[in-house]
Write a protein that binds this ligand. Structure first.
Ligand code: SAH
Ligand code: SF4
Length: 432
């Protein structure tokens, strides 16, 4: 979501006559986009402002956007010296006003206001992070209030974009050569627009599965979506994937813990039994859908036996990949009020143990691709070898392969020959 915010801010700045500087040293204005989901991410801001201030002789204007900006607001001016303006998560459409205010009146401008009704969610083509892949927000904010999470406070309430706007955006990107769109949001499958506009002719059991069918009908080559919220995961999503080749073989479904006690205290609104049912449905698909998740270890009160339940769940689900995090207390969240009683050493121990088990599972999973052909979007030259290209498979695996740059931007068949630690390697490329 932050990458997407940055792309839209860059697009709006360029449309208003600004130029994107080729490097940090030549910039007159530096905008730092921030994350506050864990403490470590938040600390980065303090370090970065210091770096910019000490390494630049001409003193660029510094603006802070993103979740830290929204949560800290004007207090940032006192906490970190050198910041000129602060712009909240819904105020990103007004960055030029902030820059103008600092030019006219000096530092100290902040805007934490709401999003404009006519906010432009599209990204101009040159500002996309890849010419072939685009992120498309379909829902912003979060209403779930999981007890550990700061997002509902930093990003406000859920608001779904009209399907007609989303579909128009996809069609425009497709006509510019974009091959893959990612429908994004904190909980994409909680999608609930206030109007049926754009969904009228698309059947489905939920607005999200109808949207998937509507976007699939645009004919764009590939569609991915994340993140899905387990409570709102309707089996019809899997049916939509089964029906449409361009809906990719990948579901990211964060479980957070394998213990019902912990899930309850996290207020995740799903049980392990229900989660396993969803996994069974996904696994029953004729498509080989890859499954990824997020897990927090060391949530307050997580006992050794709770943690062992998480290990059991990981062994049951055989995730293709998992982002594992140590619980990080976030001031302002309900869990912050509960004693953080799992020591840092114990969190680290559980993190390492789970990581090792997950790694064994995913390495074994990856072996199934060896000798098989995967359809891969050739996105860029590989950073490791100049003769190789790099991209993602439909199952969202990084695949590096020998190939000519002429193939960039096309979907190619790659025969997998090797499993690396976090990626696949292949050869025998032919245009798909
Ligand atoms: N909306 C998504 C993810 C939001 S944040 C969801 O509900 O799954 C991304 C991930 O960060 C979460 O899935 C969670 O695993 C992790 N996370 C969020 N708050 C955290 C905290 N306080 N400590 C550690 N990890 C956290
Ligand atoms: Fe945070 Fe829960 Fe909302 Fe995800 S669903 S953003 S974890 S509150």
């Amino acid at each position: 979501m932050n990458v997407s915010d940055s792309e839209r801010v860059a697009s709006s700045l360029v449309s208003k006559g600004f130029e994107i500087a080729p490097d940090e040293d030549s910039a007159d204005v530096i905008l730092l986009n921030t994350c506050s989901v864990r403490e470590k991410a938040e600390h980065k801001l303090y370090t970065r402002v210091g770096q910019v201030r000490s390494s630049h002789t001409k003193k660029p204007m510094i603006g802070v956007m993103g979740c830290v900006a929204q949560l800290e607001g004007e207090t940032l001016f006192n906490k970190i010296s050198g910041i000129d303006f602060v712009i909240g998560t819904q105020a990103v459409g007004r960055v030029t006003r902030a820059i103008k205010s600092v030019l006219d009146h000096g530092p100290g401008f902040s805007d934490l206001g709401e999003r404009e009704a006519d906010y432009d969610w599209s990204v101009s083509f040159p500002q996309l992070h890849s010419p072939y892949v685009a992120f498309i927000p379909i829902i912003e904010g979060c209403n779930k209030f999981c007890t550990y999470c700061i997002v509902p406070f930093s990003r406000g309430r859920e608001r779904s974009l009209p399907a007609s706007d989303i579909v128009r955006n996809v069609l425009q990107l497709r006509s510019r050569g974009v091959k893959e769109v990612h429908l994004i949001g904190q909980n994409v499958n909680s999608y609930r627009p206030t109007t049926d506009s754009g969904l009228e002719t698309f059947p489905g059991k939920t607005p999200f599965s109808r949207l998937l069918r509507a976007v699939a009908a645009t004919g764009i080559e590939r569609i991915k979506f994340n993140t899905s919220f387990p409570r709102d995961f309707h089996p019809d999503i899997v049916d939509a994937i089964d029906e449409n080749e361009n809906l990719c073989n990948w579901v990211h479904l964060p479980v957070q813990s394998g213990s019902n006690h912990v899930l309850k205290r996290m207020r995740r609104l799903h049980s392990i039994e229900r989660y396993q049912k969803i996994i069974d449905k996904i696994r029953s698909s004729e498509r080989d859908i890859s499954l990824t998740t997020d897990i927090i270890v060391g949530f307050p009160g997580e006992s050794r036996s709770d943690f062992e339940d998480t290990i059991k769940l990981v062994q049951y689900c055989k995730f293709d990949s998992a982002y594992i995090f140590k619980y990080s207390p976030r001031p302002g969240t309900p869990a912050y009020e509960i004693t953080d009683d799992v020591s840092l050493e114990e969190k680290t121990r559980r993190f390492r143990e789970l990581e090792r088990i997950q790694r064994e599972i995913q390495t074994a999973n990856l072996q199934r691709y060896v000798g098989r052909s995967l359809s891969v979007l050739a996105e860029k030259r590989s950073a490791k070898s100049k003769d190789d290209l790099s991209g993602h498979s439909t199952c969202h695996r990084v695949v590096n392969f020998r190939g000519d740059t002429k193939l960039l931007g096309s979907v190619v068949d790659v025969t997998i020959t090797e499993v690396k630690s976090n990626s696949l390697y292949g050869k025998g490329v032919t245009a798909a």
